[in-house]
Design a protein around this ligand. Structure first.
Ligand code: BJW
Length: 242
């Protein structure tokens, strides 16, 4: 990593672990979301077709959780925003998270590859709009006026994640790939480390525990995101100042 130049591009992938210390649940930890819900029921198009009310309620609860004033960006979100501001080269943040804590923490060059909790999508027009209220099976779409035609703007299993062309271009052009707070079990995100490494990037993982693909990284550092990320950003910005 010492060979990194200040003008080099950085791609950062984040997952649920970065928001854990802000009070949001991860998915696969023992106290995570998939310990409470069956993912086939709430995170697949088939589950939504079978029981839309159950899926809408699941996302309504998560939306109101995110709107809780106690849920705020943490030191890891803030450190990534600082890196974007102060690193001379481009920093692209690709998050699997549907929360808005990166934006609230100050990041602007950001892709939500699994969608956004604070948006709803019209099933007829495909258009996504800002949305902060509960959605029910009777909620009319603001685009068409038709009830029952709104869904959360999220990417379920079997659906194509968003902005993949832009992400793969960035992975091919970056010199550092940093993965933070993700178990590395969900594709295509879990394959990004191989894609970036294939094109010559140095790859670093910061996670509470070694992820499923930790051996694919040049460095894998274990610990809490709020401790590891600010320290790693300090290390990078010291390199840029040399
Ligand atoms: C901390 C911490 C702290 C805790 N500090 N760390 C067989 C092989 C390969 C692929 C497939 C396959 N069969 C099916 C597939 C495809 C499928 C898939 O990957 N399935 C696997 C389960 C096998 N993928 C898809 O269907 C995707 N689409 C797709 O592939 O389209 C085709 C395509 C082909 C080619 C190119 C491109 C596309 C869509 C995936 C959609 C995922 N959706 C979800 C839910 C929707 C959003 C929501 O409700 O929030 O997205 S699932 C869920 O998992 C959510 C997350 O974004 C995603 C990833 O989870 P994440 O973030 O990694 O969380 P955890 O909980 O797993 O990990 C947290 C980590 O943090 C842990 O390691 C902790 O230790 C750590 N941690 N506290 C630091 N304080």
């Amino acid at each position: 990593m010492d060979r990194l130049k200040a003008t080099d591009r950085i791609v950062i992938l984040t997952g649920a672990g970065i928001s854990k210390e802000s009070g949001l649940d991860t998915f696969r930890d023992t106290d995570g979301i998939w310990a409470q819900y069956d993912l086939e029921d709430v995170a697949t198009p088939q589950g939504f077709a079978r029981n839309p009310a159950l899926v809408l309620d699941f996302y309504n609860a998560r939306r109101s959780g995110l709107l809780d004033p106690a849920v705020q960006p943490n030191a890891a979100h803030a450190a990534l925003a600082r890196l974007e501001r102060e690193w001379p080269g481009e920093v692209l943040l690709v998050t699997q998270n549907i929360d808005d804590l990166h934006e609230r923490g100050g990041s602007t060059n950001l892709i939500h590859m699994h969608g956004e909790l604070m948006k709803a999508r019209c099933l007829d027009t495909g258009r996504a709009i800002d949305w902060r209220e509960d959605i029910t099976t009777d909620t009319p779409s603001p685009m068409t006026g038709r009830p029952g035609r709104l869904r959360p703007h999220v990417v379920w299993f079997g659906e194509m994640p968003l902005e993949m062309d832009r992400i793969y271009t960035a992975l091919a052009e970056c010199s550092l790939f940093l993965s933070i707070g993700t178990s590395g079990t969900v594709y295509p995100a879990a394959g990004f480390v191989q894609e970036a490494s294939l094109h010559g990037a140095y790859a670093v993982e910061l996670n509470m525990e070694p992820s499923a693909g930790h051996t694919l990284f040049d460095e894998a550092i274990c610990g809490q995101a709020t401790k590891l990320v600010p320290a790693f950003v300090d290390r990078l910005l010291a390199l840029a100042a040399m």
